[in-house]
Design a binder for this molecule. Structure first.
Ligand code: GDP
Length: 296
């Protein structure tokens, strides 16, 4: 489960504060040192940890807390609020176009879960009454188009493809035309990924962005890769500009460093989380619910 170690450590540390009754500044400082270590062990970005701990400390040694009858409880509340804030505070939704189709472009490294997420997102939107179209723009990985078609078939969502001989920009443009003539109000573009970020990949994504002007560029990153995922997010955001993140494989991530760092590093929200391999394992991301997984 995500935040396994972190939850245990934070609950322990903050529990000790609670049982103390009155607190002094040293109590808070000692506790914050433990919180800092626990966050670092959970693979949270160093700068993010530092900022977080300073913020909590500043609030926790304030008069209101120190003079309260339940100061430990107060500190827990502050940690909870700051954790929620770290992950974006409020739920961030897809912004739908006023004039359909809404075009969502999925980008990310190979293996992050783009194709699977494309299907899952289509399924989620279909359940909400939308008529999504999946567009297969990964012309490099031989099995990618087929994989998207299999996913589309399972979900009964149409898949637009032009094989692997056309340019991804053309496929994306034709995909949108297809959506217009077939009444599809959401277009989900599955783009190619590579093992590493490289200029060719970015150039291709930039070209697609320029040509089709997507309403949402969602970056798919693998939660289990921790700080690497956060670096990938920073790079994609700088090179391409993203609107949000889909954090996949949370079901296999026990630490949670990416979930806690990515928003703060990129200033872009996590919009969805992948919780498993099945096609309905995609959920909207709620920062407050995530925070309460940590503090119980
Ligand atoms: P792509 O190369 O980015 O398109 O990645 P794929 O969609 O092919 O996914 C790579 C692997 O990750 C596949 O085996 C997926 O089943 C798996 N995967 C994707 N999302 C999740 C998730 O949320 N949880 C788990 N456990 N596996 C996932």
């Amino acid at each position: 489960m995500i935040f396994e170690g972190l939850a245990e450590k934070l609950q322990n540390t903050l529990g000790k504060l609670k049982s103390k009754g009155k607190l002094n500044e040293k109590d808070v400082k000692d506790a914050m040192r433990e919180v800092k270590l626990a966050l670092l062990e959970a693979d949270v970005n160093f700068k993010v940890v530092k900022e977080f701990v300073n913020k909590v400390k500043e609030r926790a040694v304030g008069q209101e807390v120190m003079e309260s009858l339940t100061p430990g409880q107060h500190v827990i509340k502050i940690v909870n609020e700051e954790l929620t804030d770290l992950m974006g505070n409020v739920q961030s939704k897809i912004s739908f176009a006023s004039k359909p189709p809404t075009v969502i472009m999925l980008v990310g490294l190979q293996g992050a879960g783009k194709t699977t997420t494309g299907g899952k997102l289509g399924g989620l939107l279909k359940k909400q009454g939308k008529k999504p179209l999946l567009v297969a723009c990964d012309v490099y990985r031989p099995a990618a188009i087929k994989q998207l078609q299999v996913v589309g078939n399972q979900l009964e969502i149409p898949v637009f493809s032009m094989g692997d001989k056309e340019s991804p920009v053309n496929i994306a443009k034709e995909g949108i035309n297809h959506a217009l003539s077939h009444n599809n109000d959401v277009v989900i573009i599955d783009t190619a990924g590579r093992l590493h970020i490289d200029e060719l990949l970015m150039d291709e994504l930039k070209n697609i962005k320029t040509e089709v002007k997507p309403h949402e560029i969602l970056l798919v990153i693998d939660s289990m890769t921790g700080q690497d995922a956060v670096n990938v997010a920073e790079n994609f955001n700088e090179a391409l500009g993203i609107d949000g993140v889909v954090l996949t494989k949370l079901d296999g991530d026990t630490r949670g460093g990416a979930a806690l760092s990515v928003r703060s590093v990129t200033r872009k929200p996590i919009k969805f989380i992948g919780m498993g391999e099945k096609l309905d394992d995609l959920e909207a991301f709620h920062p407050d619910r995530m925070a309460s997984r940590i503090l119980g």
